[in-house]
Write a protein that binds this ligand. Structure first.
Ligand SMILES: C[S@@+](CC[C@H](N)C(=O)[O-])C[C@H]1O[C@@H](n2cnc3c(N)ncnc32)[C@H](O)[C@@H]1O
Length: 396
């Protein structure tokens, strides 16, 4: 193992040379973003594949929700441009070792080289399997699958939502761990997740089952104000024999005594319960937050007077409502940003109680926001004469 402080362009050249030896390559992952740089996708996964006896390079571009895959002839993919495009973490594995590069906030390269034996998987069509087997015992217990392990027709949407949630959670977690924002989970120090407003806990159980199946030690807590949810969910956990690593509590989000989790999720928690959940994440310094807001009333109820010329929208009830939703979520995101989170809005399929399909994905980097961001936030409040509920819930 060697650590080395070569210049960034020398390391890019070294990586590019290794990349060009397709027959030796195992996989490459580009993830995370360099300070003040914007990559076209969240993550790029590259591996050699064999198609009709010819070696190709398969490149998968992921935006955290959808993945697009393209095959290139060896030498065709512009890897050096990808390296320079703004990713902060680059991992290259080859048959006899690996090179990992992390580019710091100051733009300095931290390189780690290790020797080892890596195996190539050249199969072309690695099946786009479901992340969870529909026969998984938990899916039967929560009522998504029937006794034979098939998804019930009435629960297809829920199953799709569970899958989509895992497709968002999994790369977000991997990136946060690779970038050092979340410690690598171990048996002694498992990853901790809280689901705030967990309801029937489809997604809570899904996260637990999926991560254990992936070999990631995890402890999950589901919180919901309803005692009936707590009792039902704890009973399911007992039946599945997982009650040591998943637990449900009947508590108000704003009053829970839980004060730590690496990951906070809140999916379609009603109205300002979403604000309670974001406030919990900020106050308890959750490293990753995945928040899909539900119904919004807070800002809408305060939008008495639209700054002109916005009345051309707000004079229409449905448009005023949608604009109110967007302003609420934009202000929530801006508050997260001002508190040291890197924030994005991505698409997430709606739950059974809401057509809303926006998810806020926030990673705590601790980087201070530029002063212009505070100014923007304050100007937005002044322009619309509103005060977001979330602002009053945050400590300090
Ligand atoms: C629409 S359900 C969503 C359930 C689950 N997250 C899902 O996506 O399937 C919202 C849940 O949030 C719970 N809830 C609402 N406000 C809450 C609060 N202030 N504290 C705790 N739970 C709350 C409700 O009891 C309900 O179970």
């Amino acid at each position: 193992m060697t650590e080395n402080q070569s210049s960034l362009s020398e390391i890019f050249d070294e990586l590019n040379t290794e990349f060009s030896k397709t027959e030796n390559l195992v996989r490459v992952v580009l993830s995370g973003r360099r300070r003040n740089m914007q990559t076209a996708t969240d993550r790029v996964d590259i591996r050699p594949v064999r198609i009709k006896d010819e070696l190709s390079v398969q490149v998968s571009f992921s935006d955290g929700r959808q993945m697009t895959t393209k095959n290139y002839a060896p030498g065709e993919y512009d890897f050096i441009s990808a390296l320079k495009s703004g990713f902060a973490n680059i991992l290259l594995e080859k048959l006899d070792g690996s090179i990992s590069l992390r580019i710091t906030k100051k733009g300095e390269p931290l390189v780690h080289r290790a020797q080892g034996n890596f195996e190539q998987d050249l199969s072309h069509d690695r099946s786009k399997n479901r992340l969870l087997d529909s026969a998984d015992a938990f899916l039967k217990e929560v009522g998504i699958s029937d006794a034979s392990g098939s998804v019930k027709p009435s629960k297809q949407d829920k199953y799709r939502q569970v899958e989509e949630f895992l497709r968002i959670l999994s790369p977000a977690l991997t990136s946060a761990i690779e970038a050092g924002h979340i410690d690598k989970p171990s048996k002694e120090k498992p990853l901790t997740i809280v689901d705030l407003g967990c309801g029937h806990a489809y997604l809570t159980f899904a996260a637990h089952q999926y991560l254990w199946a992936e070999g990631i030690p995890v402890r999950v807590v589901g919180i919901d104000v309803r005692t009936s949810s707590r009792d039902r969910n704890n009973e399911i956990a007992r039946k599945l024999n997982i009650e040591k690593t998943i637990e449900f509590r009947a508590e108000e989000i704003s009053e829970t005594t839980l004060d730590f989790a690496d990951v906070a999720i809140a999916l379609h928690a009603c109205d300002t319960a979403t604000d309670d959940a974001i406030a919990w994440a900020i106050n308890c310094q959750a490293k990753l937050a995945l928040i899909a807001p539900c119904c919004h009333h807070d800002i809408q109820a305060q939008m008495h007077e639209a700054p002109e010329p916005w009345s051309i929208l707000t004079r229409n009830g449905i448009m005023k409502e949608r604009l109110g939703d967007l302003i609420t979520d934009a202000l929530r995101m801006q508050i997260l940003k001002l508190r040291g989170y890197r924030v994005e809005a991505i698409e997430f399929v709606g739950g059974e109680h809401t057509p809303r399909n926006l998810m806020i994905r926030a990673v705590r980097t601790g980087a201070p926001a530029d002063s212009i961001e505070k100014k923007r936030y304050e100007e937005m409040l002044a322009l619309w004469k509103v005060k977001p509920a979330l602002a009053s819930l945050i400590n300090g």
